[in-house]
Write a protein of this length. Sequence first.
Length: 299
Amino acid sequence: MFSGSIPALITPFRDGAVDERALRRLVDWQIDSGSAALVACGTTGEASTLDNEEHHRVIGLVVEYAAGRVPVIAGCGSNDTRTALWHLEEAQKLGADAALCVAPYYNRPSQAGLLAHFSALAEACDLPIVLYNVPGRTVTDILPETAVELHRRHPDRIVAIKDASGDLTRVVTHRLILEELGAGNGFCQLSGDDPLAFAGLALGQTGCISVSANVAPALCAEFQAACAAGDWARGRAINDRLFPLHRALFADTSPAPTKYALGKLHDWISDEVRLPIVPCNEVGRAAVDAALDGLTVPA
């Protein structure tokens, strides 16, 4: 269902509020640069610091600004199943094409709890769900057997996984379990780690929900296209160019370095973040400056 370069969009702020004009320009720039879909209100979008009204407003704006040119995946995760379902229902009303649902955090459900949580969402709302596995943030880990079982139970609802576990063996494990169960090719695997995207594509992922694509959307799209076409030499060369950026954008707490980079590239976007995130530190700024010097990023 999903492939290519999919930026996990930042949420632009100005003077403490969502900067809707900057968000519109960001969406247009991303689409014009070849992004295949857009994620609104993900981790990079500082969803955890948006109130519910802002959260739904941002999703609605991204859907409106995208205007059907690319799919919009709305961040809808919560550690409360009822709240996650509410976000799903609101995202569907707003016209999102799918929901990105992170594993419930802090309360650390078992694998049985994960099966029950995501099944409850799939059974109550028909918006397609992209599982989001990022145990470094949530502690909870959606194991491959659980992810595939969710797809087997709900093939039209649980359609993909964004894997940010850092474990590339899972790409193969997911595929082999799917084949063993005869579950078909309807489950899409997406990378959640820019530095691992090249290896993930070689192993069977179809795209990347990317932080770096916020800053270098055309180059990230070109990288994905080269790999999809089987031009691995070109893909590797582009990946090498992007690699310093991948690292720099996590030289300080994300998304502070990404917003700093965008503020350097565009006078219409601010580097403003929300507490408890603070502006990019000196080490992060130096890393971003050096990475940008190695890229040609179209305005």
